[in-house]
Design a protein around this ligand. Structure first.
Ligand code: CTP
Length: 447
């Protein structure tokens, strides 16, 4: 019996795939098809796959051509498979010609002519593009990053930029139409990414939603809990997607860390300590007039994210202490937030005028997790125990600082009508609760 194996993603199965599978089958008596797992695809930079692994496997099975379907999960697996399944022929399309010659040591390698004029990439691109308008300018680097990252996401297209920052328009944005008002940008957009000054978010998000536009807004999406609630309600009423943008939430390492912790890897979590600081783009002599975000807005949501996602949002107490540049206008150069829960504590340090080690430490009854600086932008973490021989290091892929995955989730939400956000609504609202206290409640001043 001649055994043949072939691999692929098989997203949105098309006649090019079927033609390949037919010829692969004809090469022998038994055909094994390896379908790539979502993680494997992400790790090799294929982030736009539309269908889940299960859907793709079902589609391959439905062709009736595969005698066995396996999942391709890691680099180097092909050699393992050739030995494990005693394969005679390895085959793929000619777009891979030469790439798998190293497998000739184990079996025959056959490159089959690729079918012209069709690919999953083209099919994905054909579905109607979501036109994303970019709004803001106070934090130009971030806006630029989103502009660049949109290009990596199938189905997204930057429709234009609305900014008061004229310098920006002469930079990388010169290719995108510029508008002065949100109204103008509305005409040409289906959705918005907003990163204006946090004090403007509420009005802009509300306006966009009321005009039927989906919104991805940099966190915090408003400065009051009530306002955040109201915005989500408007989005629900309008059948629109509103997402709180925190790129960290979309990083693979951060996500795996949450899953590991929830499965009890370090026992019961007793303390979460996170620190986020950066001094970039802030004129410390006059931070407000440059429009730069204060510390609690710039870093607060990211810093609080692991606290609320791990310990929940029902804390008993929070105490805030800030080092203000100007207390009257609440421009904090540094803030420390101490949370007390029934059975745990947390501390979050954020700063744009004070520098510290940007690490995340989660302490449990059996061990702790250590994420080195900058933890919010990480591809690596460690689980550490009393006995260091049990320590474990975890490495993951991080493309585009998580922004790319965030945009993919935003588009998927728009296309399916189901919110795929990684920042739960409750978490988003609780940022507002802490901000309420910061702006209207008591804050210990370190001046
Ligand atoms: N294939 C083919 N002819 C096509 C498209 C794909 O013969 N027009 C083959 C590939 O060479 C590969 C298999 O089908 O052996 C699975 O390919 P896959 O990468 O899943 O499909 P693509 O359409 O190439 O996907 P993408 O555009 O995402 O790269």
């Amino acid at each position: 019996m001649t055994k043949v194996i072939t691999y692929g993603t098989y997203d949105m199965l098309h006649y090019g795939h079927i033609h390949l599978l037919e010829r692969a089958k004809a090469l022998g008596d038994f055909l094994i098809v390896g379908v790539t797992s979502d993680d494997f695809d992400k790790a090799r930079g294929k982030i736009n796959v539309q269908q889940s692994l299960t859907e793709r496997i079902e589609a391959v099975k439905a062709t009736g051509l595969a005698d066995q379907v396996i999942i391709e999960e890691y680099e180097g697996q092909k050699i393992d498979d050739l030995k494990r399944y005693d394969i005679d022929i390895f085959t793929v399309g000619s777009d891979w010609a030469g790439k798998f010659d190293y497998l000739r040591e184990y079996c025959r390698v056959v490159y089959l002519d690729r079918t012209h004029g069709i690919s999953s990439t083209e099919l994905r691109a054909e579905s109607r593009k979501v036109r994303i308008g970019l709004v803001g300018g106070n934090e130009p680097q971030i806006l630029e990053k989103y502009y660049k990252e949109c290009k990596f996401v199938n189905g997204a297209e930057v429709s234009g930029v609305c900014t008061s920052n004229k310098q920006l328009l002469h930079g990388i944005f010169n290719a995108a139409p510029a508008t002065n008002t949100l109204e103008e940008l509305m005409e040409m957009s289906d959705a918005f990414y907003i990163i204006s000054h946090p004090s403007e978010h509420y009005t802009q998000v509300k306006k966009a939603l009321e005009h039927g536009k989906h919104v991805l807004c940099e966190s915090p999406i408003a400065l009051r809990k009530q306002e955040i609630r109201e915005l989500y309600k408007i989005a629900d009423r309008q059948g629109l997607i509103l997402m709180d943008a925190i790129k960290t939430a979309y990083g693979m390492a951060y996500n795996r860390l949450l899953l590991l912790l929830k499965s009890g890897k370090i026992g019961r979590i007793v303390s979460v300590d996170s620190t986020c600081t950066s001094m970039r783009n802030v004129d410390l002599n006059d931070p407000e007039s440059s429009g730069a975000w204060n510390s609690i807005c710039a870093w607060g949501p990211t810093g609080m994210l692991p606290v609320f996602q791990l310990l929940g949002t029902d804390y008993e107490k929070v105490r805030l202490a800030s080092f203000f540049h100007d207390k009257a206008c609440k421009y904090d150069l540094f803030t420390k937030m101490d949370f007390v829960y029934k059975k745990a504590v947390a501390s979050v340090k954020v700063g744009r005028g004070v520098k510290s080690e940007g690490e995340l430490i989660i302490s449990g009854t059996e061990g702790y997790i250590y994420v080195p600086a900058p933890w919010w932008n990480t591809d690596y973490f460690e689980i550490r125990y009393e006995d260091p021989t049990h320590n474990k290091r975890y490495f993951y892929q991080l493309d585009g600082e998580g922004i790319r995955y965030e945009l993919v989730a935003f588009l998927k939400s728009i296309n399916t009508g189901r919110n795929n956000t990684y920042v739960e609504r409750k978490v988003s609202e609780t940022f507002g609760k802490v901000l309420d206290k910061f702006y209207n409640g008591s804050v210990y001043s370190l001046m």
